[in-house]
Design a protein around this ligand. Structure first.
Ligand code: SF4
Length: 566
């Protein structure tokens, strides 16, 4: 291993990595660093890959005395190896990496390759009082990925191996820093492509001596990315690479990203890795298959893998006390309603994030005096389905129905467990089937779209076909009838046992925070399926669900299953 120790002691330096043939960004970063007073410029390797015209980065590096260390790419190119040695394990990641590598290898001059032979593996220097080691991947391996989500224990071992106060690296293409036991690790990111953050700028780091310590500043730099995109197209580089340059979102090399980092990006899986059996009982508003927009990659949010449904528990109390209520609702349960102000903000967030369906559930939603106010907020903005037992449509509650009856964005979902009273009343009480059917008839006479939800139990299973026929006779379309199995939650002592790792997420907001799925909420609040105690920003919960969905998937390579309540 070749290590260079700098003789000079600097006060301010600029450090960047991952040039990836992007000469336009390189020149912009050098200009910016000089304007900020950097006394020395360092590149932590990977000059090639991804972009066009590999030789074009050589001149700016030479003319500006940029001190480079060897990345895995540079080692592969100068030694004429068959691949870049990035360390990807997924074949789809490797496919794109190989295209970029073959292009770079073919178009890098022998003189430039020769120059790469002068690169050390590490550089040591002093910044004020602090010692600094610069590496490409980590002190242990040139192609090791050090992510923000890498556990502290692993990072601590790398910091100890470094033996310096600061350890600077790149290789992942994402910038971040962390202090552990008085030592700091700074991943300076990459300037060859954006940081999967929806911005077209690229990032580098300025490090300044400050009162005996060192300050890090991550700097975004804009450059002529449209010209770069044009050059890439002229060179026939893959269109997904061009899209990344133009949008700031990564569309290739996804599988190498750990779940935390991947959840921050727009795309989460290669399309072929995202196939899932959706089954018959797709929820209202779902697409039955992944949308095909021509890309190789998909965002899982808004697909059957993570439907764009938001559930809201408006209240927990109910006029009924069904023996199998998974929420445990009854007339004595504390109401704990969602406040109107919070609901308003929630609808704003949901709309901005692209949620396409809102479900209001409880408890019995029509017990809530402010239900009409909530619907005034949601119905103009997002399709809203209210779950109800349909037994309270009188007086002011009937007025609520009348107000929204003909709004295309408004519908009801009523629980009906059988085509004959006995099957329904067994769990819900005598006379409840008759009252539900009267409520359904009344709502439909007002013009309300009524959907039916059936909880399937061993007792009513055989009666489901009869129920389907009865609903058809009533004019309720088959797609407006969902049958879901009984789950063992709340008051129910039997039924399907479910846990987060087997469930497709359907984010659910209640007075106590955000849950993974409506089945994760009962009269005691959020149970084992907690996502966050903080409702806002809702975006964080979406990212959390993506992250954990990917974690669950990676345990055995399979994807979670759907349990739809609507
Ligand atoms: S199942 Fe529905 S109607 Fe029955 S107690 Fe629970 S919330 Fe109320």
């Amino acid at each position: 291993m070749r290590v260079i120790e700098e003789k000079e002691n600097f006060e301010i330096i600029a450090v960047f990595g991952g040039v990836y043939n992007n000469a336009l960004a390189l020149e912009a970063v050098i200009r910016d660093a000089k304007e900020r007073g950097a006394e020395a410029l360092y590149c932590l390797g990977d000059l090639g890959g991804f972009g066009p015209h590999p030789n074009s980065v050589w001149r700016p590096l030479l003319e500006n005395d940029v001190r480079c260390i060897a990345g895995n790419y540079d080692i592969s190119i100068r030694e004429d190896r068959p691949d870049c040695g990035c360390g990807y394990s997924d074949e789809r990641d490797n496919l794109y990496a190989q295209i970029a590598y073959d292009y770079t290898r073919e178009n890098t001059s022998d003189e430039f390759k020769e120059w790469m032979n002068t690169f050390p593996d590490h550089i040591l220097l002093k910044l004020g009082e602090k010692t600094v080691r610069m590496v490409h991947g980590s002190p242990l391996a040139v192609n090791e990925f050090l992510w923000e989500s890498t556990p502290d224990e692993a990072l601590k071992a790398r910091l100890e191996a470094s033996g310096t106060d600061l350890l600077l690296c790149t290789h992942t293409g994402l910038h971040w820093e962390r202090e552990i036991d008085g030592r700091r690790l700074v991943n300076v990111g990459a300037i060859g492509r954006p940081a999967n953050d929806g911005r077209t700028e690229v990032w580098y780091a300025i490090l300044r001596e400050s009162e005996g310590g060192v300050e890090t500043e991550f700097v975004p730099v804009a450059y002529d990315h449209e010209t770069l995109a044009r050059q890439m197209r002229e060179e026939n580089l893959p269109e997904p690479f061009v899209e990344t340059i133009l949008t700031g979102w990564w569309t290739s090399c996804l599988e190498i990203l750990p779940p935390y980092e991947r959840s921050k990006g727009r795309f989460h899986l290669y399309r072929e890795a995202a196939q899932i059996e959706v089954g018959e009982s797709v929820s209202w508003g779902d697409a039955a298959s992944l949308p095909d927009d021509g890309r190789d990659v998909v965002s899982i949010f808004g697909t059957p893998l993570f439907p764009a449904h938001l559930w809201v528990y408006t209240n927990y109390d109910c006029n009924y006390a069904c023996g199998y209520c998974s929420v445990g609702s009854n007339p004595r349960v504390e109401r704990r309603s969602i406040e109107v102000g919070r609901f308003e903000r929630l609808v704003e967030d949901a709309k901005e994030l692209g949620f396409r369906q809102l479900y209001l559930t409880g408890g019995e939603t029509f017990l809530l005096p402010e239900l009409g106010e909530l619907l005034e907020i949601s119905v103009p903005n997002i399709p809203t389905t209210v779950l109800t037992n349909a037994t309270l449509f009188k007086g002011k509650r009937r007025e609520v129905l009348e107000r929204f009856a003909r709004e295309p964005n408004f519908s009801l979902q009523v629980s009906v467990d059988g085509g004959i009273p006995e099957l329904h009343d067994a769990h819900r009480g005598p006379g409840s089937w008759k009252r539900a059917m009267e409520g359904i008839g009344m709502a439909r006479s007002l013009g309300v779209r009524v959907r039916i939800g059936t909880t399937e139990t061993p007792e009513n299973r055989a009666g489901v076909p009869v129920l389907r026929e009865m609903l058809q006779d009533l004019g309720i379309a088959p797609e407006d009838h969902v049958v879901r199995p009984l789950i063992k939650r709340g008051e129910s002592e039997s039924g399907m046992e479910i846990e987060g790792s087997m469930l497709v997420p359907e984010l659910t907001v209640c007075a106590e925070g955000v849950a993974w799925h409506p089945a994760g909420v009962n009269d005691a609040g959020i149970t084992d399926l907690l996502v966050s105690r903080e409702i806002f920003p809702l975006r964080r919960s979406v990212e959390y669900a993506v992250e954990h969905f990917l974690e669950y998937r990676q345990l055995d390579g399979s994807l979670p299953r759907a349990y739809h309540c609507a």
